[in-house]
Design a protein around this ligand. Sequence first.
Ligand code: HEC
Ligand code: HEC
Ligand code: HEC
Ligand code: HEC
Length: 478
Amino acid sequence: MTSLKKNRHWIKWVLLTVAVIAVFLLGMVLSTIIERRAESNIAQQDGKPNPRIYETHDATEDTSFASKHGGAVERDYLEENPDLVILWAGYSFSKDYKQGRGHFYAVSDIRSTLRTDAATVGTCWTCKSTSVPRMMKTMGNSRFYSLKWIALGSKLTGTIDCLDCHDIRYSELKVTRPALVEAFEQQGKEINDFSYQEMRSLVCAQCHSEYYFKGEKDYLVFPWQNGFSVDEVADYYDSIDFSDWTHKLSRAPMLKAQHPDYELFQAGVHADRGLSCSDCHMPYRSEGAIKFTDHKIQSPLNNIVNTCLVCHPETEEKLRQNVYERQDKIAQLKKLAEATLVKAHIEAKSAWDNRAAEDEMEAVLNLIRQAQWRWDWVGSANGVGIHAPLESARVLATAIQKAGEARNLLAVILTRQGKKLPVQMPDISTKEKAQKYIGLDMEKLKKDKTDFLKDKAAKWDIKPKKSIPPKPVKKEQK
Ligand code: HEC
Ligand code: HEC
Ligand code: HEC
Ligand code: HEC
């Protein structure tokens, strides 16, 4: 009798525990459903937000705008500039590199580029889809980063969208990517302490920043421990002995810069005067009595009236020319850096071919690494240096100087080897010729990619969804 009573007691506790777990799981399922509904872009908030937000947001599909150096049209950078193939020899960017387009294409563009294949790491998804915050919450960000790109692809529901920058009610801006939060923690800053105006840049900095994949499990890290400048980030990478790849021609331990838009912007006068990215890329707009934030994130040159002219009294044409004048000058310096670096890589190859010794090449290879890193810092940042023209010119000048120093040392080595100078340069006048010179079999690469995309595992839903604007609010009769 007593033992039966004891048993009942025990059963009660089991039931209670089961009930608690059930409620917890139900809660999890519901919150996932709510997030998924938000991901699929159906506003559930009584007619908010404003339908114009959805319309403008979907308009990032528009690829018609081209400015002199930028815009949303497709541009094949390698075709325009075959030197890039040489600079990235041995690295995936030498296969394919095109101009960025609107957020609408983030998933489809990374899927179709020749840079991605079955070996690509899952970390690459971090900046491409609005499903990422939910997936990280479910599986933990370390696990997310450690999985393969192909394994995560099938679990995405769409491209960049509302939940990348907002909380679930769209009432606030929200940083949804842990790498940014962790980077500021490293600097002793709390993400919640930033002002609202700063948040209007920080939502962009989640993706428009320099980064690297740390360790075996490809943990995403922003290298900001020493600061945001090109030199401080280089010092950081040197201190941990990091390199992205070994250059195929010069054998230098290279760094690849990845669009440091947020970092470079900080060195410019607009950041100094307290502007944020959204002031030029997501301006406020008024239509009749409605005022809203334009969510067609694009080149401001396609919308000078609502951006620059809010603060500058000059004409639209004048401001466009101000931008082009600065970009042209930076592009000129960029070209000089490229030409010098290409020669340095090929001369270093020649020195190796003549059996140069490791120790005499060490200083040369470090100069090449430092020079190309600085060139890439400006080159891979969007906007051709416009976010900080003076800093961009300074950085490119140091790239040219360091690449020149490498060539001076190489001239000494090559002369000692009895090599006749100048070293004969190969014909790399087109993308195809340059790719052939560095040993890429493009036909095979393209075929492999086509086969890869036919694979069931890579057939995830890539078509970005069109937003469904909310129904208008029905005024309640009183
Ligand atoms: C003062 C205005 C201004 C601010 C603020 C600003 N940008 Fe820009 N941005 C520009 C201009 C001008 C261009 C050049 C567009 C072109 O060449 O068509 C540009 C280009 C870009 C591009 C490439 C767009 C294209 O179509 O080529 C990206 C990406 C970008 N900016 C991101 C950012 C980010 C991220 C921030 C904040 C860290 C930021 N911008 C802050 C003015 C601004
Ligand atoms: C890339 C980041 C980003 C994405 C994606 C994004 N927003 Fe925004 N959103 C912003 C920024 C920045 C503001 C401006 C905040 C401010 O200045 O008050 C804003 C403002 C808003 C506002 C405030 C009202 C207004 O007009 O200013 C609402 C509501 C809103 N967004 C809803 C959405 C919805 C719905 C989506 C998806 C269709 C979306 N946002 C996608 C960054 C984003
Ligand atoms: C979740 C990551 C992510 C966030 C957040 C994000 N971007 Fe982007 N952005 C991208 C990617 C990826 C691309 C390139 C897409 C492509 O080419 O397919 C891009 C492209 C762009 C472009 C080029 C568009 C064009 O027409 O040329 C601009 C401008 C831009 N982003 C500005 C911003 C601004 C401003 C913010 C903050 C308000 C922001 N982005 C937030 C990932 C992001
Ligand atoms: C929110 C206000 C604001 C907006 C929007 C804005 N600017 Fe400015 N701009 C400034 C301020 C402030 C300065 C600093 C000079 C000063 O204080 O008079 C400045 C300086 C400049 C300069 C001179 C400095 C330099 O970099 O050489 C240029 C050129 C310029 N802006 C172009 C633009 C263009 C082009 C746009 C649109 C894409 C734009 N600005 C958008 C406020 C703004």
